[in-house]
Design a binder for this molecule. Structure first.
Ligand code: AMP
Ligand code: FE
Ligand code: FE
Ligand code: ZN
Length: 293
């Protein structure tokens, strides 16, 4: 009798959702609350992928003990190319990797300066102070437009985050500033060198779709890129055949995820999921940390 291929036996029951945020970045729930939401949603595996930070991992691991939910440790690294924001998911990285720690500290710092600059611009036309934004941010969190959005909501300028993103915070809204970040090829290298598995988040979203030519994809694959997050609400259906073709051509893992942000976005846990086979491949490739639970 032939043994089943071990790489496909990861003992997972329940759906696998590999992209979610907490209050460590721009999600509205603490890591403990995220885990509870994952349990309520009946998930088998949930990844914690805060923007440019791993500081929610330990709390999520502790909260998951005894729940039956497995936590996949991850990060969503901010990178930039031709003014497009490219997000690179990194699973199973070593959170203490010195180069990655230095790069993420720097990106968080750049994000802070950029948020301050945006608030300075907005405050010329709307009542809004930097303290308003700080009041909406967990100490040490990766600051982004969602925190400015929450401050605008608290001031009564807009009804919710999505309305803020559609108007004042829109990239064409007149107040937008990009933030500096390394190019994606550097992000993929950093994640891979930290033992992680690099996956381009929502490649069909406006920015990545515009700048990720086939030649650039080849460079990313050469730098260690492992996968593409094809099943994600920000990839328009018309964009997906292209990314599916690239995944086949370059032998990339196909993932699917919710990109849950708590009440900050309409995305629901488990609305898109990753196959057990793809999950097993990620586990087989990652060496910097292990899933917990
Ligand atoms: P930033 O990275 O600071 O430019 O802000 C973009 C981030 O805001 C992305 O990670 C989005 O996921 C997040 N975001 C949170 N809530 C919303 C929303 N309601 N609409 C659009 N983006 C949102
Ligand atoms: Fe986000
Ligand atoms: Fe993203
Ligand atoms: Zn995300």
């Amino acid at each position: 009798m032939r043994a089943a291929p071990p790489s496909y036996d990861v003992g997972v029951s329940g759906a696998i959702d590999l992209h979610a945020h907490t209050s460590v970045s721009d999600g509205t729930e603490t890591p403990t609350e995220l885990v509870a939401a994952g349990v309520s949603a009946g998930l088998g595996v949930l990844a914690i992928t805060d923007h440019d930070s791993t500081s929610g991992w330990d709390e999520a691991f502790r909260a998951a003990v005894g729940t039956g939910l497995t936590i996949m440790p991850g990060i969503e690294l901010s990178t930039q190319l031709d003014y497009a924001s490219i997000h690179v998911l990194g699973y199973l990285i070593d959170p203490a990797n010195a180069d990655l720690v230095a790069a993420t500290a720097r990106i968080r710092e750049e994000r802070l300066h950029r948020a301050e600059a945006m608030v300075a611009r907005i405050s010329a036309d709307y009542s809004l102070t930097w303290d308003d934004v700080v009041a909406q941010t967990t100490p040490g969190a990766t600051v982004g437009r969602p925190h400015i959005a929450d401050a605008l909501v608290a001031r009564g300028h807009v009804p919710d985050r999505s309305a803020a993103f559609a108007s004042i915070l829109h990239w064409r809204g007149g107040y937008y500033r990009p933030h500096e970040a390394p190019p994606p090829v550097e992000g993929v290298r950093l994640i891979t060198a930290a033992g992680g598995v690099a996956v381009i988040a929502h490649p069909g979203a406006r920015g990545p779709q515009r700048v990720l030519s086939d030649a650039r994809m080849r460079s990313l694959v050469d730098a260690g890129l492992a996968g593409l997050e094809i099943d994600h609400r920000d990839n328009p259906p018309s964009s997906r055949p292209h990314w599916e073709e690239l995944a086949r051509r370059f032998g990339l893992i196909r993932t699917g995820s919710s990109d849950y942000h708590g009440t900050g976005k309409p995305n629901r846990l488990g609305e898109n999921t990753t196959s057990p086979e793809a999950y097993a491949e990620i586990i087989a490739r990652g060496t910097g940390s292990r899933p917990v639970g």
